[in-house]
Design a protein around this ligand. Structure first.
Ligand code: PLP
Length: 221
């Protein structure tokens, strides 16, 4: 099936779980050619995700200049070098997992006055391959959450990834744990969780933003 058909079938599936407040579907176009993004745009995709800031900027720059309507999410781990490439290009960042980078981001935004909504990434599987704050670290940040939003930047919520094994029981436990942290420490916040292999579990556990790549665009080249 083509990109528009895949996208529509997932949108319909989401609606069947959740008719009232369906999660936002981010089509993750990382490593996909611009032609696939164009297919997505023609099929009604609004939210796109890229994990490499430079690659994403190049892919979307002329589409923006041509007046195409899209909202771009940076879904990978945020590093200092990424931040200056955000303005005018990325509206959301999902992978804030370091206090140093977070402080840099906040001071830069206040100084330069551009807008961003971001998620704190939490590593709840304990896997070294995943970045993010530990449960304890994120809770301690959230106790001072008013320090982390301002006029131009907003702490939108919490993001996590399921285990690399894809084990559904561990996945559910991890997603539920993120939802519990949100409920207690950031009740107004959103949850970014669920990828191609685990988005159904994520929807059941209350995700607000799904980040889905291969199930929409096919395998990455
Ligand atoms: C690649 C990626 C996704 C999408 O993965 P799929 O399995 O292709 O759906 C989602 N979130 C992050 C952080 C990613 O790096």
């Amino acid at each position: 099936m083509g990109v528009p058909e895949n996208y529509k079938s997932i949108i319909q599936e989401i609606a069947s779980f959740h008719s009232e407040r369906p999660p936002i579907l981010i089509a993750v176009s990382k490593f996909q050619p611009q032609s696939k993004v164009r297919e997505g745009l023609a099929g009604g995709v609004l939210h796109f995700g890229e994990n490499r800031v430079q690659e994403g900027s190049e892919k979307f720059k002329d589409l923006g200049a041509a007046g195409k309507d899209f909202i771009l999410h940076h879904i990978g781990p945020v590093q200092s070098s990424h931040i200056r490439k955000y303005p005018g290009m990325f509206s959301f960042a999902h992978g804030l997992g370091s206090k140093k980078v977070l402080d840099e981001l906040l001071s830069r935004i206040e100084r330069e006055k551009w807008t961003l909504r971001y998620f704190l990434q939490v590593n709840l599987t304990g896997e070294d391959s995943k970045s993010g704050f530990s449960r304890e670290e994120v809770i301690s940040l959230l106790k001072n959450k008013e320090d982390y939003s301002g006029e131009y930047c907003k702490l939108e919520g919490l993001m996590t990834m399921g285990p690399s094994s894809g084990d559904p029981e561990i996945t559910r436990r991890v997603f539920r744990e993120l939802a519990d942290i949100r409920k207690e420490f950031l009740p107004e916040g959103k949850l970014s969780m669920g990828m191609s292999g685990d988005y159904r579990i994520a929807i059941e556990e209350g995700s607000d933003y799904l980040r889905i790549g291969t199930a929409i665009f096919g395998d990455r080249s």
